[in-house]
Design a protein around this ligand. Structure first.
Ligand code: NDP
Ligand code: 13P
Length: 314
């Protein structure tokens, strides 16, 4: 038995993947599509019978609880429903909360004292998971025994979970790669080519590592699935909403604002945090995305600046 809170593309895909192991309860705040058992955010995937769809929040019991609401909604969700997420919630959202500058696990620490949060993150498009394509993810939990139990409960033959105790490293990798993917989209959409994108990804990765390690992450976590792995996926696939958002901006077109694009608010949250740490100058790519997201910098100027930094040692 598993509970998934949040019936967007990702929560629904995880419910489908985990339904091969037993019953799954999938909660969404509004499920007008429930009768047809096909989520419009995941077209073409008919939900298996093992999934119970509900708009009524279930109280947490023994079953693992996965939380897959968008990052900017997570703080309010946790504050309003602490009894629902339980004592070992598995946090699946990628980002940093703009109002508190906290990541998912710190929000849990603040709002649900005594809980042991786990983070599920890594290179994985909802559509791929829902189609049963092979996917490898990172399951991060500071408590080794809880992490082992979750790894076993949430792995399937095609959804392979690797374990770490580096929660901050895993969640920051997933949050920061979305910001770099927007920048990669901007330079690609602006027509600068694949070589420029590779340069940007490399500099973005260095920037991710600088910021995350300053906050206590282990460098090897950033080099793993949740950091480098997800950066590569998100910066190179037009399946990514963050990449597509940047690409559209780079083309000079208006982006689709109905999509969940986590990197936008996260860029601003990361810059606010970096400023308080005195390291804003170390994050030039993130600063550019934050300025574009806040409307402070024209996209054409950002695209140029992203590729015209002063010459220096690598
Ligand atoms: N899609 C993907 O491939 C992946 C996504 N993720 C992460 O998963 C998280 C969720 O993304 P995803 O599922 O794709 O998003 P979607 O845009 O597909 O769906 C968002 C869902 O969240 C719901 N929602 C919005 N606000 C609230 C709220 N205040 N309380 C409860 N539910 C709310 C929406 O409900 P409604 O329809 O009623 O508005 C909708 O069901 C993000 O952090 C994302 O980075 C991680 C890996 C892969
Ligand atoms: O996190 C993801 C892939 O790992 C999904 O990326 P997008 O949110 O950019 O679509």
């Amino acid at each position: 038995m598993t509970v998934v809170l949040g019936a967007g593309a990702f929560g629904t895909a995880l419910a489908v993947a985990l339904s091969v192991k037993g019953p799954v309860t999938l909660w969404g705040r509004s499920l007008p599509w429930a009768a047809g058992r096909e989520n419009p955010r995941l077209p073409g995937v008919i939900l298996p019978e093992a999934i119970t769809l509900t708009e009524d929040l279930p109280r947490a019991g023994e079953a693992p609880v996965l939380v897959a609401v968008p990052m900017q909604a997570m703080g309010a969700f946790l504050a309003e429903h602490p009894d629902v997420v339980g004592k070992a919630p598995v946090l699946c959202s990628k980002g940093v909360d703009l109002s508190t500058l906290r990541g998912p696990s710190a929000l849990v620490a603040d709002l649900i004292p005594g809980a042991t949060p786990a983070v599920l993150t890594g290179p994985s498009f909802a559509a791929d998971i829902a189609r049963g394509l092979p996917t490898a993810l990172t399951l991060a939990c500071a408590d080794e025994a809880v992490g082992e139990a979750l790894q076993s409960a949430l792995s399937t033959p095609v959804l392979r979970l690797y374990r770490t105790t580096d929660v901050i490293g895993a969640e920051l990798g997933g949050a920061l790669k979305n910001v770099i993917a927007i920048a990669a989209g901007i330079v690609t959409g602006a027509g600068f080519g694949d070589s420029a994108r590779a340069a940007l990804m490399t500099r973005g990765f260095a920037e991710m590592t600088r910021f995350a390690t300053r906050l206590g992450a282990r460098p090897e976590t950033l080099s793993g699935l949740s950091g480098f792995g997800d950066l590569v996926l998100t910066c190179t696939s037009s399946q990514s909403r963050n990449f597509r958002h940047g690409f559209t901006l780079g083309q000079g077109l208006p982006p689709d604002l109905s999509q969940t694009v986590e990197g936008l608010a996260t860029a601003r949250a990361v810059m606010a945090r970096a400023e308080s740490l005195g390291m804003a100058a170390d994050l030039p790519v993130t600063a550019m995305v934050a300025a574009v997201s806040a409307g402070d910098l024209p996209v054409a100027e950002a695209a140029k600046r992203l590729l015209s930094r002063p010459l220096k040692e690598e």
